[in-house]
Design a protein around this ligand. Structure first.
Ligand code: FMN
Length: 410
């Protein structure tokens, strides 16, 4: 595929994209306390649309209160009252002929009851190493049915709000990934054990959305693998992808990793210890003199797996060989060469990016116009840590002292 083919129009289940480069879901810590999108969201998504993104996938939006993230400013889609604010947002983005897809999520055990005000829940009552303030509650039958209903209801609201589709977040160790991974799902009932049992909650969500919303596009973001013992591996991810296709999924975005594993979802050569010590709830209250000693320990305890680039491409390829719906590859694909290779090699139909859009909202237009061939992102991952303290931005591996202090106080 020539570079130019990257910039040809393409489609996902009837959604028309101006090119094959998608803004991958990125939590922005920008929502109103109600969970409604803010003026900052409108500006961000407008910039992304004007800047040439083929489609915008929003930051994750919660389907119910106990599934909120522990970061501030999460988008929510749990209440009909939010529909008008989202309608205004989608109308604005559509002015730039750009589709917008709402990512729906439940954070499962990867959140904190100190923030949600509710017990954390998970398929099995296993503590998370990062969020281990408490042992999560093992979900019962009724609670699982409620979650399925809430995903379907949130998708219904997305239809009313004018979204072009929804994406179900079943990656990165959040609730649905916890069901799919044998590491976090130790159940012996119909929701655990075999791949089809672990997948049951997902198939029920798709069945409900299909029943209620017909052929409205529903995408999925999955983990091709995690690094947990007995967890998700490529072969099983391929089976999950086939089950998704059979469930009426419109496209599969292939990612990997969990938060517990450290820097595996968004990898990088530089460990963000400075940002962690400034902003992360576990480390920010360590006395200043101690922080100097803790930094190297953190670095040693949480190395980023390698490679730092293109790390989901082999799994995307295996999945693409097994399904006929579009496959989207994400994860360290930051240069025009890498994008071309992902598409040309037949590993993916689309490429999505997150961090390159944080540093340059108009990266796609710059690439299309031949002004730039690579993202300026240095993969420092400060963006991913500092959203705990305030709105998403690029820090480019440096915390100005005043900013860092301000972030901690928020
Ligand atoms: C600040 C930040 C927030 C993120 N929030 C989400 C999210 O809400 N949902 C999601 O599926 N992935 C999220 N991700 C992961 C990205 O979508 C993407 O999978 C990952 O960063 C690797 O892609 P990249 O190399 O293009 O950044 C986030 C990543 C970053 C850096």
């Amino acid at each position: 595929m020539m570079h130019s083919a990257i910039f040809d129009t393409a489609a996902i289940s009837g959604i028309r994209l101006q090119n094959r480069l998608i803004r991958s879901a990125t939590h922005e810590s920008m929502a109103e306390s109600s969970g409604a999108p803010s003026a900052a969201h409108e500006k961000l998504y407008t910039d992304l649309a004007r800047g040439g993104a083929g489609a915008v996938i929003t930051g994750y939006a919660g389907v119910q209160q106990d599934g909120r993230t522990s970061y501030p400013g999460m988008l929510m889609m749990h209440d009909d009252a939010l529909i008008p604010a989202y309608r205004q947002l989608t109308d604005t983005v559509h002015r730039y002929d750009t589709p917008i897809i709402l990512q729906l999520a439940h954070c499962g055990r990867q959140t904190r009851s100190a923030i949600t005000g509710m017990k954390t829940v998970a398929p099995s009552a296993m503590k998370d190493l990062i969020f281990n303030e408490e042992r999560p509650l093992e979900l019962g039958e009724n609670a699982i049915e409620t979650i399925i209903s809430n995903f379907a209801a949130a998708a219904g609201r997305a239809v009313k709000a004018g979204f072009d589709g929804v994406q179900i977040h079943m990656a990165h160790g959040y609730l649905l990934a916890e069901f799919l991974s044998g590491y976090t799902n130790r159940r012996r009932d119909r929701w655990g054990g075999s791949t089809s049992n672990k997948f049951r909650i997902v198939s029920e969500i798709f069945r409900r959305i299909r029943e209620e919303q017909g052929d409205f596009p529903v995408l999925a973001k999955i983990n091709g693998f995690d690094h947990r013992r007995g967890g998700m591996r490529r072969d099983e991810a391929v089976r999950v992808a086939m089950l998704l296709e059979a469930s009426g999924c419109s496209a599969i975005e292939v990612s990997s990793g969990t938060i517990e594993e450290g820097l595996s979802i968004m990898r990088g050569p530089r460990f963000p210890s400075e940002a962690l010590l400034a902003c992360h709830f576990r480390f920010r209250s360590i006395p200043e003199p101690l922080k100097k000693a803790v930094g190297p320990l953190l670095r040693a305890a949480m190395p980023s797996p390698k490679p730092y680039r293109n790390y989901n491409i082999e799994t995307a390829k295996a999945i693409k060989e097994a399904v006929s719906i579009p496959v989207i590859a994400v994860g360290g694909i930051h240069t025009l060469e890498e994008i071309s290779a992902a598409l040309e090699s037949g590993a993916a139909d689309f490429v999505s990016m997150s961090r390159p859009f944080i540093i340059e909202r108009d990266i796609v237009r710059k690439m299309r116009e031949g002004r730039q061939t690579a993202s300026r992102c240095i993969m420092c991952n400060y963006c991913a840590i500092m959203v705990e303290g305030g709105p998403l931005r690029c820090w480019h591996g440096k915390l100005p002292r005043k900013r860092a202090e301000a972030a901690v106080q928020q």
